[in-house]
Design a protein around this ligand. Structure first.
Ligand SMILES: Cc1cc2nc3c(=O)[nH]c(=O)nc-3n(C[C@H](O)[C@H](O)[C@H](O)COP(=O)(O)OP(=O)(O)OC[C@H]3O[C@@H](n4cnc5c(N)ncnc54)[C@H](O)[C@@H]3O)c2cc1C
Length: 428
């Protein structure tokens, strides 16, 4: 985490003052916001509320002591990064900005009574609630893919122990072995993620097991940045990566971890040395249990405020939402969280936010060493969805080696800047 600047030291002073007993009394009537989740959306919302108005009493409910990011976990799989380098603590949020971190799971939300029940047996009252709990794996939607199966065929779609497990399996795989990644149907967390993962694993194989083979079994007919990924694979890893889309019998419908085998919807059996099953997903458990999700398994929102269309006073951000033109990305969760914090702070003080918001998302992917690609979105709220601003965004230029080199540098810059903006001591 970066050092404190003079400006941050002043903020730090303010944060500490909030804890002083005399001021604490003066804060008794301060509006209370509870934030569920301390990931990309939750930590951003909690910090942003304190930046907008330090008097707001912000409690972030998150069981983890430190957060491991999914972004850049594919580089951990490639042996290019350590898990520690993508792990962030909450000290700046609590000590510098004055966010209260309660280490517990939220187990229930009563939107009528405006309370959140916690796994430690206590409950919190709120004036507004922001929920950014991410995804849950839709266990059993692929036959046999239950939690125990992920110990043999990891998903590594929630980082940490699963990332380490998959990395160990890749290290143990013999040269000449086969790695299979099963990619889910839309919508899912990080549309380019499976293809960046395959690229990074190919980069690792090229250095250490050049005879290895990679097969992507895909439940879709197309995928994010397909042209740019395919171009990179042909250039960097000729003959190593095979993509089987849905029409080419790519959809995995059953897994057999004991036999290290999967079966497709047309009944074809495929064996491999290492399987990475990225399964179908839906909103995290708490969002489902609290009635924030509709039949799709995701949460509809008013895109101008991120307020749930199903539970008034509850704002949902990040992967759990149905967001239209914004993908399920960390950058999108960050942008949505800032919008939600602005809307919540305005509602608590009886103001209306001034400008119609424009939100930005850029997803960088590493295809190889010094080889990056990107897709950008610029969107505006329209009813319950975000819609693309006409003529904006798009994928980066193909056939441009200098752009590939620069985009790998931009990707690193993006990661450093946004993680500092979310979990670091600077205001952003
Ligand atoms: C391999 C991979 C690579 C990726 N690369 C990129 C990338 O390069 N760029 C990008 O922008 N995005 C990327 N993403 C996507 C990004 O990780 C997600 O979009 C982002 O994490 C979504 O943020 P969120 O706040 O919705 O959920 P999360 O960041 O997952 O945060 C959810 C938090 O809520 C907590 N929580 C859940 N339930 C409860 C509860 N009941 N009570 C309390 N806390 C709870 C969890 O512990 C968790 O800490 C990638 C994803 C993957 C899998």
């Amino acid at each position: 985490m970066s050092k404190l600047s003079r400006r941050d030291t002043l903020v730090l002073g303010a944060g500490l003052a909030l804890g002083a007993p005399t001021l604490a009394r003066a804060q008794a009537a301060a509006p209370r916001v509870v934030v569920i989740g301390g990931g990309w959306g939750g930590a951003t919302a909690a910090k942003q509320l304190k930046i907008i108005d330090p008097r707001i009493d912000v409690t972030m409910v998150e069981p983890k002591e430190a957060f491991v990011t999914c972004p850049y976990s594919n580089l951990v799989l490639a042996g290019k990064r350590e898990l520690a380098s993508i792990t962030f603590n909450y000290r700046a949020l609590t000590e510098v900005f004055g966010v209260r971190h309660v280490r517990a799971m939220a187990t229930a939300i009563d939107a009528g009574a405006r309370t959140v029940t916690l796994s430690n047996g206590t409950s919190l009252s709120y004036d507004r609630l922001i929920v950014s709990p991410g995804i849950s794996i839709n266990w059993g939607s692929i036959e046999g893919y239950v939690e125990a199966a992920a110990e043999r065929m990891p998903h590594a779609w929630e980082p940490g122990a699963q990332t380490t497990l998959l990395r160990r399996q890749l290290e143990a795989m013999p040269d000449g072995g086969t790695f299979v990644l099963s990619a889910p149907p839309n919508p899912f967390r990080c549309p380019p993620g499976p293809y960046e993962r395959v690229s990074m694993i190919a980069d690792y194989f090229k250095r250490t097991k050049p005879r290895a083979k990679i097969v992507i079994m895909d439940a879709k007919e197309t995928f994010s940045k397909q042209g740019l990924f395919t171009q990179g694979w042909n250039l960097l890893y000729p003959g190593m990566i095979e993509w089987r889309g849905r029409q080419a019998d790519g959809t995995v419908s059953r897994v057999d971890p004991a036999a290290m085998e999967v079966e497709t919807e047309l009944g074809t059996k495929v064996k491999a040395d290492v399987f990475n099953i990225v399964p179908p997903q839906r909103a995290a458990r708490i969002a489902l249990d609290a009635g924030l999700a509709n039949n799709s398994g995701w949460c509809p929102i008013n895109a101008s405020t991120m307020e749930s269309t199903l539970r008034p006073g509850v704002h949902v951000v990040g992967d759990a939402t149905i967001a239209g033109g914004l993908p399920k990305s960390g950058f999108a969760a960050y942008s949505q969280a800032k919008l939600a914090a602005t809307a919540v702070a305005a509602a608590l003080s009886g103001r209306t936010p001034v400008l119609p918001p424009v939100l930005v998302n850029t997803c960088y992917s590493h295809v190889g060493t010094d080889y990056g690609i990107s897709v950008a979105h610029v969107v505006r709220p329209q009813g319950n969805l975000f819609v693309e601003v006409q003529g904006s965004g798009g994928v980066s230029a193909a056939n441009d080696p200098e752009a590939r080199r620069r985009e790998s540098v931009y990707a690193d810059g993006w990661y450093d800047a946004i993680t500092e903006a979310i979990w670091g001591a600077t205001r952003a």
